[in-house]
Design a protein around this ligand. Structure first.
Ligand SMILES: Nc1ncnc2c1ncn2[C@@H]1O[C@H](COP(=O)(O)OP(=O)(O)O)[C@@H](O)[C@H]1O
Ligand SMILES: [Mg+2]
Length: 377
């Protein structure tokens, strides 16, 4: 059996990576110049994949090290300091003996205590005197710059799901500390990325916030239909199946060019195709996917109020002027104050994404599902 030529649910590798030429060029430029980058988009549009591919394709012939930290599970400053120190040491020195030795050299005030796992080269943890670390974390936060200078290498620290910083205690003070150190760094640079547009925007675009103007802010866009179509047609062809470009475009637009769902729907359509794919097969594939998510979507809908449901109906129908009297009357939305409230609630539930006044479903498959089961009620 031929394996599926589509990938989702994992970071994509080069052979499944579509376009992003401009973003790659900008990231490479910033990596090369020691400039910081902030990358923002809703979940599953392709931030993590982009940074990974950018790092892989950059690292080949320069002595730059990429250190990856995922804040998804980091819920305390201690955990952050630990992960940060461990990952920076890990990418800078490959042998654990050397890491310990260098740690002794670079930490004069805070002394890390190491615990080794079965394979100490891959697996170790460390702790500090947390009281001391909270008073003066400079040795930790300056570590990338200290090592970069000592070793004559560049270090790029990539931090994923950065918006989770807002879940830490006294997070504004904590952000101030990070910023105060990192902005001094000449050789080490930072690539911070995350979803939840309103949280990320809050962190980086408000003047009063510590990370304001820390680096280039890049709002990742969706990949356009043309690039997706080329990819889908090629992937079918390489596995001895066919799809017409118009049908590939139909598929892409069914899920609103959303990276994850384009790959997932393509996979399902490919799976249902014997030789040549067509619209009927694509519709079946969409239906199969909607069924997979049925329970989850039903639960989401059960958690919505009636005015939230009515608002979503208006979105599905393509309404644009949500606060106009005509829309409010047609969908029974009460008042424009109520519309604003509903919009905010749906945004914080991550059902809709508001971007430059346009309102979209975060999950395009949910949009289709909702349209199918709920739009007429
Ligand atoms: N450039 C791309 N080309 C092809 N597929 C992509 C691309 N970017 C993302 N994807 C698809 O979307 C999924 C989610 O991407 P990911 O990088 O995890 O997004 P994010 O970090 O924004 O949540 C991937 O598993 C892959 O299927
Ligand atoms: Mg990600």
């Amino acid at each position: 059996m031929i394996p599926s030529p589509f990938k989702y649910g994992k970071l994509v590798d080069k052979s499944h990576f579509v376009n992003r030429e401009k973003e790659l060029a900008l990231l490479h430029h910033n990596f090369n110049s020691g400039l910081n980058t902030i990358l923002i988009s809703p979940r599953r549009w392709g931030k993590s994949s982009l940074v990974k591919i950018a790092a892989e394709s950059f690292a080949q012939n320069t002595d730059v090290r990429f250190c990856f930290i995922d804040m998804f599970n980091i819920r305390s400053k201690e955990a952050f300091y630990e992960t940060f120190t461990r990952e920076v040491l890990k990418v800078s020195y490959s042998k654990w003996e050397e890491r310990m030795e260098k740690a002794k050299e670079f930490f004069k005030h805070l002394i890390p205590k190491f615990t080794m796992g079965n394979d100490p080269n891959a697996d170790f943890s460390l702790t500090f005197d947390w009281h001391e670390a909270s008073i003066n974390p400079s040795e930790i936060l300056n570590l990338p710059e200290t090592i970069a200078k000592a070793k004559g290498i560049k270090i790029v620290v990539c931090i994923d799901e950065f918006q989770n910083i807002a879940f830490l205690k006294n997070h504004i003070d904590f952000q101030k500390k990070l910023r105060a150190h990192w902005q001094q760094h000449q050789i080490a640079s930072y690539c911070l990325y995350g979803s939840k547009r309103h949280m990320m925007t809050e962190l980086f675009e408000r003047k009063a916030m510590p990370f304001y103007k820390f680096g280039d802010v890049l709002f990742l866009k969706k990949i356009n239909t043309g690039h997706w179509v080329d990819y889908i047609v090629t992937q079918f062809r390489m596995t001895y199946k066919k799809i017409h470009i118009d049908d590939a475009a139909y598929l892409v637009e069914l899920v609103d060019n959303h990276s994850y769902f384009v790959q997932q729907l393509s996979n399902m359509a490919w799976f249902l195709t014997d030789n040549i794919c067509n619209k009927a097969i694509i519709n079946d594939a969409l239906f199969d996917l909607m069924n997979q998510y049925d329970l989850m979507y039903q639960k989401d809908v059960d958690g919505l109020s009636n005015s939230q449901l009515r608002f979503l109906r208006a979105v599905v129908k393509g309404e644009k002027q949500f606060s106009s009297k005509a829309t409010i009357d047609a969908y029974n939305l009460g008042s424009s104050a109520n519309v604003a409230r509903v919009k905010k609630a749906l945004e914080s539930k991550e059902i809709v994404d508001v971007y430059r006044h346009s309102i979209n479903f975060v999950d395009p498959l949910f949009r289709r599902w909702f349209e199918y089961y709920y739009s007429e009620k």
